[in-house]
Design a binder for this molecule. Sequence first.
Ligand SMILES: *Cc1c(COP(=O)(O)O)cnc(C)c1O
Length: 415
Amino acid sequence: MGFNTDVLYAGRQEAASQGATIAPIVQSSAFAYRTMEDLERVFANRAPGFVYTRVGNPTVAAFERRVAALEHGFAAVACASGMAAVAQTFQTILTAGDEVLASAGLYGGTIQFNALLRNLGITVRYVPHFTPDELESLATERTRLVFGEVISNPGLGVTDIRAVAEWSHAHGLPLVLDSTTATPFLVRPLELGADIVIHSTSKYINGSGNGVSGIVVDSGRFRWDFDRYPALAPFRQFGPLAAHVRLRQDVMPCFGGCLAPFNAYLNLVGVETLGLRMERICRNASALAHALAAIPGVTVNHPSLDAHPQSALARRQFRDGLAGGILTLRLGSRERALRTAERLRYATIASNIGDVRTLVIYPATTLFAHNTPEERTAAGVFDDTLRVSVGIEDPEDLVQDFTTAIETDTKGEQQ
Ligand SMILES: *Cc1c(COP(=O)(O)O)cnc(C)c1O
């Protein structure tokens, strides 16, 4: 099946929905059983069934099957937010004393989370360019996980998934990738060797910015060495599924970061148009990036531009040479960046990405308010940077709106 067929049908289980064409919202905390013995069997993993929505729910499960199928993964666990997905994945795999190798320029919230891990005895080392050579130079005998973003937000670095997966596996390490900004429409990281894919489904998968959520998709292929991963040892009977099963049956129930059925339903509606939206959004972003790059005094960053250091990789790795819906603009000064944002008619000032509406933000003092200056610079955030999450508006309107906002400012300064 092609992608736009998959988003409608992949992972569908008709029996569960009584003929409803979209999985219904099962807004119930608990599930009733005829006898105590029936309930016992479900608790003991000897019979399938739902018990309590923190651990599993039919609407949430329908969303998990759909995304797992779109990523060509074995199974997925949906979470309360993208951060819950990141945090619970790290909790599943790591123990005190472990080290993580992560790409620099990650999502600000993930950098903030990584700093918090220090209190738990887990160290995250940042690799400036996330290449095998740099990974090799920072690896130690305590390294247990390799983590990066497929297209980093907002740095817009592109990960060479195949190369980093090969390096990781040669060292017995799982590769975990946050693919929020790429989505399965642009690339399926598990097919290129990644072991676990994480999404903030609040973004492109939901699509309309009406619910916060996240998901963890496991390939079911990584061969865990249970001496090196003691947290997974109690789950050794599940072999390559040990991390998936521990997340579902141990970490989710204990940390409680589950997805609400209503938000799973909103995501099931949203994901049906993921292919249509991503195609439009990525074409709009490329058109806007090329138009604005021609304006003197403006520096544009987007992987579709030849000036981007990984433009060739993006063309090779992503569907139809599309390069994502986020771009950044450097406008020369903080004042000019703020004035430009406020002058835009068709862009909303808001802290989000992946909406059908174009959104802009000045990241230095918002998204990166809790990061150090070094972390900001590594993430490609400067005093004059605006981040744009491009929407599905007509491209002529977007180009005209941004061009006018920037050029009005230039003229104002000259007077
Ligand atoms: C938004 C985002 C997150 C966090 O997701 P939430 O759903 O907001 O918790 C993680 N990674 C990336 C790349 C994001 O854009």
